[in-house]
Every structure is written in structure tokens, then in C-alpha cells.
Design a binder for this molecule. Structure first.
Ligand code: SAM
Length: 229
């Protein structure tokens, strides 16, 4: 919808339905031959983020809880949450990634997870927990504000979001990445100021209850868990 997206959403969707789908299936896969060193590093960093979220939610109890995993990709978070007893409604803007998530979930025996193709602004319903992991990097702050407002409206208890933090160090790193020769990264990456993300959560009636930072050589992601204030 217009509220979340406009131009970014259309181009992000196109990317994740074409070359982005195969690139991220590899990065989020488990074959070590298929990926280069940078992609392997991103895979490992991302796995750390997933583990942190699963541990948080598991320690609070997952059995019978409802989770909306928005922008679920290949299901790397949805599947373990389902295996631990949550009822997971996962969605992603990319048809091919949703298909991949479905087949991985069925191979893993994650029966309490459903997957649908949808941009996150169009998802509705009420859930104990809403998660949106490593999605906001594709959108500028004004879109992120709208996304957080919408995600918060679907959550009765917890909201978990991650983003690439805008700090002087990471801004320089991003600049270097953009200047480096090599295949184009195909989508723009946006860094977000933590204070802006926290302000959006606060406006939506949530207070931050846990935070984490995951950084490897090429992957960096700030993770916030918030609860209804
Ligand atoms: N959350 C997953 C994970 O952590 O394994 C996937 C992260 S991947 C870097 C970003 C995902 O966001 C892609 O699967 C992409 O298709 C999805 N995406 C991008 N924009 C979206 C939107 N507006 N609504 C829903 N999904 C979106």
C-alpha cells in the first residue's frame, strides 16, 4: 500500500522476486560451496540474530503463542519458532522466497507455520508477537516509521525488529562497500538511527525491553525487543 511503500516497495519486490531470490536462497541456505566468503559471513551473522530472537522468545515461553513473522524470507526464523510450539503466520513480499520457506518448513516438519505472499503493510490480524527481521534495511526512515506503526497495531504483546544502525563507523563502511568494485548490490541499503527507531516504537505505544547487536565482518544488525507500554 502507499503508506509503506511507493517506489522502494516496487523495486524491492522486483529484486526479491528475481535475482534477489536466488542470491538470498543461497546466502540463507546451508551449502558452503554455493557462497563466497562475504556471503558466508553474512549467513553466519544472520544466524546469530535468529538464535538471539529464538532464545528470547523461548525463554518467555513459545508454546501456543501466535507470531506474525513479517518479511520472513526463507523461513529461517519462522521454522524454529514453529518447531518450538508457536503458531506462526509468516509472510513475505517475494513469491519465490515464500515458496522456498514453505518447502523448507515442510521438510523440517514445522507444521504450525503458514506462509503467504504479502507486503507487511497489508498483513492484518492480532498476534502475541510480531517480528520483522532485517527488512527495514531496504527502506528509508519515513517508510520504516509507517511500518513500525502498522506492525505495532498487529501486536498484542511483543514487537521485535532489527535494522542496520546508522553510526559514524557503519556509515563509512557502507560508503566503502558502495565504492568497492564488483557486482552491483542491486538494492539500496538504508542505515537507521537507533533513536529514530526507538521514537517510532514509543509513538506506537511500545517500550524497549531487550536489545542486542550482532556484528561480523560484513553483517551488522541491531535488534530491539519491545513490549506494549
Ligand atoms: N526476515 C528474514 C530473515 O531474517 O531470515 C528475511 C530477511 S531478507 C534480508 C529481507 C526480506 O524482506 C526479503 O525476504 C524480502 O522479500 C522481504 N521484504 C522486503 N520488503 C518487504 C515488504 N514491504 N513486506 C514484506 N516483506 C518484504
Amino acid at each position: 500500500t502507499a503508506a509503506a511503500g511507493g517506489d522502494e516497495m516496487a523495486s524491492v519486490k522486483t529484486y526479491f522476486e528475481t535475482e534477489g531470490a536466488s542470491r538470498w536462497k543461497k546466502i540463507y541456505g546451508d551449502d558452503e560451496e554455493e557462497v563466497n566468503k562475504v556471503q558466508l559471513d553474512i549467513r553466519m551473522g544472520h544466524a546469530q540474530t535468529v538464535d538471539k530472537i529464538v532464545n528470547w522468545l523461548d525463554s518467555d515461553g513459545l508454546d501456543g503463542r501466535t507470531v506474525a513473522d513479517c518479511g520472513c524470507g526463507t523461513g529461517l526464523l519462522s521454522i524454529p519458532l514453529s518447531l518450538k510450539g508457536a503458531n506462526v503466520s509468516a509472510s513475505d513480499i517475494s513469491g519465490p522466497l515464500v515458496e522456498e520457506a514453505r518447502s523448507r518448513a515442510s521438510a523440517a516438519g514445522a507444521k504450525s507455520a503458514t506462509f503467504e505472499v504479502s507486503d507487511l503493510e497489508s498483513v492484518d490480524g492480532k498476534f502475541n508477537t510480531v517480528t520483522c527481521v532485517d527488512v527495514m534495511i531496504h527502506y528509508p526512515q519515513n517508510k520504516v516509521d509507517a511500518m513500525i506503526e502498522h506492525l505495532a497495531s498487529m501486536s498484542e504483546e511483543k514487537l521485535i525488529v532489527s535494522f542496520a544502525p546508522n553510526t559514524p563507523y557503519y556509515s563509512v563502511l557502507k560508503r566503502i562497500g558502495e565504492l568497492a568494485p564488483g557486482p552491483s548490490k542491486a538494492t539500496r541499503a538504508y542505515l537507521h538511527k537507533e533513536e529514530d527507531v526507538r521514537a517510532a516504537l514509543k509513538r506506537a505505544g511500545f517500550r524497549v525491553t531487550r536489545d542486542e547487536m550482532t556484528a561480523t565482518n560484513f553483517y551488522f544488525s541491531r535488534l530491539l525487543e519491545a513490549e506494549r507500554a
